[in-house]
Write a protein that binds this ligand. Structure first.
Ligand SMILES: N[C@@H](CCC(=O)N[C@@H](CS)C(=O)NCC(=O)O)C(=O)O
Length: 179
């Protein structure tokens, strides 16, 4: 049994999805319902996973931990090209696409209403759309980044694809990813 600290619609949704795909029981705790989430994670970020006596942070590390522990089609277990690609795609999602979206959240918080704020949104959006273009070209020849089956990177990207609607920008999600 795992415990997952989450925020609705945040990247922790991907960890929750992975846990469910792996048929694992999980207790969910809303981080923003706690009076002092800093006692759980001083970085004030979700996801945080409790596995027995161990506390894990960082979504990619949590996914690697879970998929190592519960082998499945979500992540190739054997060392080799397929696993290297899966690690690369996980890092692309977590360390490239997620930070690109984080810029939108930052602008929304830090920039005052007006043309400069909109301009900053547009710059961030251009970079995000460029990254979705890269995803689209990979999905030309296969239904998932993982090939014929969804991998953890597909799940992360599906979660991020829902975030654009919160901002006054136009983000083009590839049809193959929407599917
Ligand atoms: N590098 C961290 C980033 C986690 C992160 O940015 N989490 C966001 C949600 S997607 C968060 O907790 N933000 C705090 C908040 O929304 O209050 C990871 O991959 O786990």
């Amino acid at each position: 049994m795992y415990t997952l600290y989450y925020i609705q619609e945040a990247c922790s949704l991907a960890v929750n999805t992975v846990l469910r795909e792996l048929r694992q029981d999980v207790t969910l705790i809303r981080a923003d319902s706690l009076s002092d989430f800093s006692a759980v994670n001083s970085a004030l970020q979700v996801p945080v996973l409790i596995d027995g006596d161990e506390k894990l942070v960082e979504g990619a590390a949590i996914m690697l931990h879970l998929t190592n522990k519960h082998p499945s089609r979500l992540f190739p277990a054997e060392q080799g090209p397929a696993r290297r690609r899966a690690v690369e795609q996980l890092m692309f999602a977590n360390a490239t696409m997620h930070p690109a979206y984080s810029k939108l959240f930052f602008v929304a918080q830090a920039a005052e209403d007006g043309s400069v704020r909109q301009q900053l949104f547009e710059v961030a959006t251009k970079a995000i759309n460029q990254l979705w273009g890269q995803v689209e070209s990979q999905l030309q020849s296969q239904p998932f980044l993982g090939g014929q089956h969804a991998c953890v990177a597909d799940i992360l990207l599906a979660v991020y694809s829902r975030w654009g609607g919160a901002f006054p920008v136009e983000i083009t999600i590839p049809l193959a990813l929407q599917a």
